[in-house]
Design a binder for this molecule. Structure first.
Ligand SMILES: *Cc1c(COP(=O)(O)O)cnc(C)c1O
Length: 370
């Protein structure tokens, strides 16, 4: 028998077009203290109450977790004034983004994303045989006119990270409303508000209100950033009942672990804990931006807990050279070539010590190229 080219299992269309996601690095050279500024985690860690709740589950590992994540949804609902039955929790918001594409896309359906948008969107889209349609940014910010112009009859989903990672920029909520008003009712608008807690702008909204009232808007949130629980993988989404129902049919019956449910609920209930992280960010975001500006680097104005820093193309001073110099000092940042920003590094706002070390290292680097 001759072998036909299809005599082996082949992935669905789109899967082999995926460029695998490369996570932020987490290793310093041996002997160096690691300052991990590569994945936008908080330097302040999680609420001690969340840690305690996590540990309390260690006696009960044999039993399946609550598949509905009831306690976690209730804690989120109470804190944000929402209906708990319109919340779905996910193994990180990454899982929810994938569930959304799996639930709503058919082969060839189009998904609108921004030029320098979060890389999980094209991955989740291609994995579900959808077609990502990229819209050019304006000043490294999502261009709502461009989004509206990209809508076709094949458009099924629009992903908007607000604020966006890795640029740190945001669009005012009036623009989000204009986007919503301009897309047809069968298009699902996904507002990814992973950094919402950090934003201090009076024209910003996360999208809770729109997701509460519109039949085609969902908002996703995460415990990985300001809540300091990235390792537990906890995300949540709020949206119309019919979307929540569809997602719950596709989602794995036990997608959340017991420790994640317990720790997440305790973190949400510890109101006030994240205020420290907000204050730390508010202190360092302008300080870091000004310091790097002062040594000749360009920093994109950010409203999140990270900055996008642009380096010269001059040999010895490039983003890759800076990355080498930082790494040698234990400072691990994020290269963003995969985001089409080869001349920049994304740097999370770290502890006082990490930030001071970063400024000192980059000051030396810009002065003498070392
Ligand atoms: C970090 C991040 C997330 C969160 O992902 P999790 O899977 O919840 O850890 C989602 N969206 C954006 C834009 C992010 O930067």
């Amino acid at each position: 028998m001759t072998q036909s080219p299809l005599s082996f299992p082949t992935p669905r269309p789109g899967v082999l077009d995926i460029a695998a996601y490369v996570p932020g690095r987490d290793k310093a050279p041996s002997g160096k203290t690691l300052y991990k500024l590569s994945s936008n985690e908080t330097p302040l860690g999680p609420s001690p109450k969340a840690v305690e709740a996590y540990q309390s589950i260690s006696d009960d590992l044999a039993a399946y977790p609550d598949g509905s994540a009831h306690d976690l949804r209730e804690a989120i609902a109470k804190r944000h004034g929402l209906a708990a039955d319109r919340i779905v929790c996910g193994n990180g918001s990454d899982e929810l983004l994938s569930l959304i594409t799996q639930t709503y896309l058919s082969p060839g359906d189009e998904v609108i994303i921004s030029e320098h948008g979060f890389l999980v969107y094209p991955i989740a889209t291609k994995a579900a045989s959808g077609t990502p349609v990229e819209v050019k940014d304006k000043d490294l910010t999502a261009d709502i006119d461009g989004f509206l112009a990209a809508v076709t009859e094949r458009t099924k989903i629009v992903f908007l990270a607000n604020p966006n990672n890795p640029t740190g920029t945001y669009v005012p909520f009036s623009e989000v409303r204009r986007l919503h008003a301009g897309v047809p009712p069968h298009v699902l608008l996904v507002l990814d508000a992973a950094y919402a807690e950090y934003v201090r702008r009076n024209d910003y909204e996360s999208g809770i209100e729109l997701a509460a009232t519109a039949p085609n808007v969902v908002m996703t949130r995460t415990f990985s950033k300001i809540y300091g629980l990235a390792k537990l993988r906890i995300g949540w989404m709020y949206g119309p009942a019919h979307v929540i129902d569809a997602i719950n049919r596709v989602r794995g019956p036990f997608n959340m672990t017991g420790p994640a449910i317990a720790a997440g609920a305790a973190a949400m209930a510890d109101t006030g804990y994240i205020d420290k992280a907000v204050a730390h960010n508010e202190r360092w975001l302008p300080k870091l931006t000004e310091a790097l500006d002062g040594i000749g680097l360009t920093v994109t104005p950010s409203v999140g807990n990270f900055i996008l820093v642009h380096f010269p193309k001059t040999p010895g001073k490039t983003a890759d050279d800076a990355d080498d110099a930082l790494l040698a000092e234990g400072l691990v940042t994020r290269k963003v070539g995969a985001y089409k920003l080869p001349d920049a590094l994304r740097i999370s706002i770290g502890s006082d010590e990490a930030n001071q070390h970063l400024i000192a290292t980059l000051t030396r680097f810009m002065a003498d190229g070392r």
